[in-house]
Design a protein around this ligand. Sequence first.
Ligand code: UD1
Ligand code: MG
Length: 465
Amino acid sequence: MQHEKNKFCVLILAAGKGTRMRSKTPKVLHKILEEPLLYYPLSELTSAGFREISVVVGFSGETVEEWIKSEFPEINVLWQKEQLGTGHAAKLTMDWWKDYENVVILPGDTPLIKADTLLKFINAHIEKDNCCSFLSFDLQDPTGYGRVIRDGLSVRIVEHKDATPDERKCREVNSGMYVFKTSALSAVIDRLSCANSQKEYYLPDAVALTEQDGGRTDAVKAQDAAEFLGINDPGQLAEAASVMKKRILDKWMNRGVRCNDPASTWIGPKVELGEDIEIKPNVQLWGRTSIGNGCTVGSFTILTDSVLEDNVEIVGNVMIKKSRVGERSTVGPFVYIRDGAEIHDDVHVGRFVEIKKSTIRRGAKVPHLSYVGDADIGEKTNIGAGTITCNYDGEKKNFTKIGNNCFVGSDTMFVAPVTVGDNVVTAAGSVITQDIPDGALGVARARQKNIEGWSSRRKIGKGGN
Ligand code: UD1
Ligand code: MG
């Protein structure tokens, strides 16, 4: 007796090279808003509750597989070592999908599809008890797409390269998104032929074959063509990016984010924003960046995988990567914060400052022209202008620890490894190579000597009368 089959699985075709991209990078890893194309359908599907998902990889498959494992570890990866067409990809993976009642098949290169549209499409397939349903849409310029040729009640798909001049005039095109009853697809899959202009096994041919077998087939025409844009070349990649960019900006503006210039603002799909946020022109927010309530992000700022807690002010011209900024802190202008830096609450990081892999504790200030790398700066410590932690000895990085309530004189060099206690003062221009105990003044510079009358003697020496 046959065991009861699960209802649905989703197969995503992502093995193709993407010849028209003219790139070594596999097509599905090309990026829109800094995330690979494949991220988009996978995140829509998983957030809509689909659990049984497989992605077919092939060209540069190791790289694609590695990315899938890191971002969507619950998703299954199947291999198509030789890419002989979309129909071939479906056939090779039959052992996986045949155990379900229906298989949804989607191309990996259509990132704009929305979960809602797919759910409605799948429901219609079930309600009508179709053997095969596919989504079609109308295009002003259908070049490159498979044309949907309707003849009375019957329907078939002809690829652009195989279409007659008359068929090419047809503006209804195939989205490449299908649902098949697995019993119907298994019955026709061996009959796909590669006798066509591309010498490929076309999955769209399975539609007509299913119909020939007497199975109910339906082309479901969708309204919003923008959801089905297939990415085959760099122009389409840019076009999809601009659609996705607007979608994301509209979402956040509807939730109250004040974006002064949407045209120059770029927000990635994983970014999280709180309430009462103002974003000035020319800002990019990427990766898993999250911004708390009441923050202002000034112009020419790029934040990547970073966290701003509530009420942070980013003055402008700031780049922050993989770091965190605590509540009420102010940063900028002209600041670079990176590599896991932790800026705590009420900190001021000012003009022309770089902070790398360091902790700056509550209330501390690094106001001007400093490099702080591999360091821990204590609470309420003030770092004078021009201070540098000399963290690199030519072989390895060394650590600088500076205590609470210190006053670091301008132009102090801390030659790491070095530890400075609490309540320490350093004299401006000091090169600190030894630890300084709590409460001490560290002075490490030549004592000043004034030579009286030197200027007038110098004039005489130069040949004056
Ligand atoms: C395909 C459809 C076309 C439809 C269009 C919609 C075919 C033959 N044609 O054309 O009717 O209008 O999508 O965007 O299916 N892939 C594999 N293995 C392969 C070949 C391709 O996994 O052997 C994957 C690709 O990585 C891609 C997807 O299948 O993600 C579609 O392939 P692509 O070459 O882009 O097909 P189109 O020419 O766009
Ligand atoms: Mg395509």
